[in-house]
Write a protein that binds this ligand. Sequence first.
Ligand SMILES: O=P(O)(O)OC[C@H]1O[C@H](OP(=O)(O)OP(=O)(O)O)[C@H](O)[C@@H]1O
Ligand SMILES: NC(=O)CC[C@H](N)C(=O)O
Ligand SMILES: [Mg+2]
Length: 497
Amino acid sequence: MTPMPEAVMYNPADHREADDETMRLECGVFGVYGPDGAAAVAALGLHALQHRGQEACGIAATDGQRFHTERHMGLVGENFSGDVSERLPGNAAIGHTRYSTAGGSFLRNVQPMFADLDTGGIALAHNGNLTNFMALRTELIADGAIMQSTSDSEIILHLIARSRRRRIMERFIDALSRIEGGYALVALTNKKLIGARDPLGIRPLVLGRLGEHYVLASETCALDMIGAEFVRDIENGEVVVIDETGVTSQRPFGRQPARPCLFEYVYFSRPDSIVNGTSVYEVRKRMGRILARETGVEADIVVPVPDSGVPAALGFAQESGLPFEMGIIRSHYLGRTFIQPTQGVRELGVRMKHSPNKAALAGRRVVLIDDSIVRGTTSVKLVRAVRAAGAAEVHLRSASPPIKFPDFYGIDMPDRDKLLAAQKSLEEMRQYLEVDTLGFLSIDGLYEAMEAGARNAEHPQFTDHYFTGEYPTRLLDREIAEGRHDPQPQLSLLASA
Ligand SMILES: O=P(O)(O)OC[C@H]1O[C@H](OP(=O)(O)OP(=O)(O)O)[C@H](O)[C@@H]1O
Ligand SMILES: NC(=O)CC[C@H](N)C(=O)O
Ligand SMILES: [Mg+2]
């Protein structure tokens, strides 16, 4: 008898495959309207957004009539080199680099997703995570929808398809009115490129100009990559349509203050990107400077945990007057360790990725600076390696506050029981990490680094729940998973769900 496939129950507090305990990143989205060979432009743009997602990638292009799409597991360079516009012809294209946050890491969940609607074809790419995904999925399936994937992003296509409105933009906005959570979306019809940002602007999206053509991208580094000029950020709650008449903008749900995600500045975004008008590099350096003021210590050298700890370590060194030394050398041939599919591989990845540099470390009192400590996997390994290389003392500093709460908006963080700072006091963490002293940037220090004024306790200027526990929206699926609603929904009966 063939064994029945095991049902996969959805738990948004652990919304990834069962053996996957790592924290992962986000996704990158890109769109371009106008130039010949648009898919090749999209491939270049996706290269610049590779740091946002390394599991899978895809491009959809339209020649004005038909759509051409390719989706692959793996990196952009492995899958989209050469003249991709021969394979994917047309003068408008969208693309995606993926880290899964909802649904597993396999091909049917890879984006852009495509659907044939009665209004014509539509391709969609999504960075973020919907907090009412399971509630909507359950409702849609009960109504006869046949899901092709287990990704939250597909829900948006079904909502567009089922909208009773006539025109595609009305349907798109109808769909947006049903979804909750974090999203930066790019969508492509045979005539339009559409961009949308969630009502709080949690996930980033920018508009650029490439000659007479327009571009949408998660980060400005993708504009730099293709030689496009930055026009502006898409605003929170804004929907833009780019077609042959140019760019038009709508605010279907009124205005409210933005609340962008602070983790874009702490870790995700590339340091050369300008996110919501603020240079990521400059913020990270200021975080380091303020960290030095808040947690300064007598030492000989400041050593960054490369890559994302480097700007903060520069700031720390400048403020403290201690020399900045490359005490840890990072392999260029390994990606970000968050992305590794299992904890075992992740630990191996940490070892392969960073090597202590004895010449810089031996006999020195070292201040080791990382941008964040999540599970502590990286720190434990590195502290031991730095000591083994002869460091006299190790003082670990995190350029962001202790991470105590999971994210549901596009960062695939582990459960609270795996977040080091959620489980241990400062002194317990110090002992666990085997450091002489341990220090974190304060939440006020982080707001100071953002130069956006002191944190407004009533209406925080940023999304910062991973530090504070204050979520900016309701979390319907989490309420469902906690048993506050019945019945428990089921993600898929297919074994590879
Ligand atoms: O406490 P942990 O669970 O180990 O996670 C925290 C580490 O992971 C991230 O680096 P990552 O290696 O992902 O990317 P990077 O190369 O951009 O620093 C982050 O910068 C920390 O170094
Ligand atoms: N990290 C993301 O932005 C992921 C997008 C989408 N939720 C997915 O799982 O594919
Ligand atoms: Mg790191």
